[in-house]
Design a protein around this ligand. Structure first.
Ligand SMILES: [Zn+2]
Length: 106
């Protein structure tokens, strides 16, 4: 038995495994370019902006485990998500079939 919560946590873990090393290396490049005063510094900055946008797009591509429609970024927005520690998911619901986080999906 699976729930939307387990499904989302799986997907976030998968995206995180890809995003974290990429993000970290982009950030290192940005810092290195900034320290050396290189004019490529702005390029690195825009690369980071693009990476962040792709991260949001990847989150938005997560499908509902019941109706297989995309959940979208907005339905997954969590209150207080800027805090450092991992928050338990709350209030996430499929915009299409109203699947809630702990409702079992066969
Ligand atoms: Zn759904």
């Amino acid at each position: 038995m699976k729930t939307l919560r387990i499904h989302l946590e799986d997907q976030y873990a998968w995206i995180g495994r890809v995003a974290k090393p990429v993000w970290f290396s982009a950030w290192l490049c940005f810092v290195a370019l900034m320290v050396t005063g290189s004019s490529y510094c702005w390029w690195a900055f825009w690369v980071m902006v693009c990476l962040f946008a792709s991260y949001l797009i990847a989150i938005g591509q997560i499908h509902c485990p019941r109706c297989d429609k995309r959940l979208g970024v907005l339905s997954q927005t969590q209150a207080g998500g800027r805090r450092r520690q991992r928050l338990p998911l709350e209030n996430t619901q499929c915009p299409n079939c109203r699947l809630t986080l702990d409702y079992p999906v066969p």
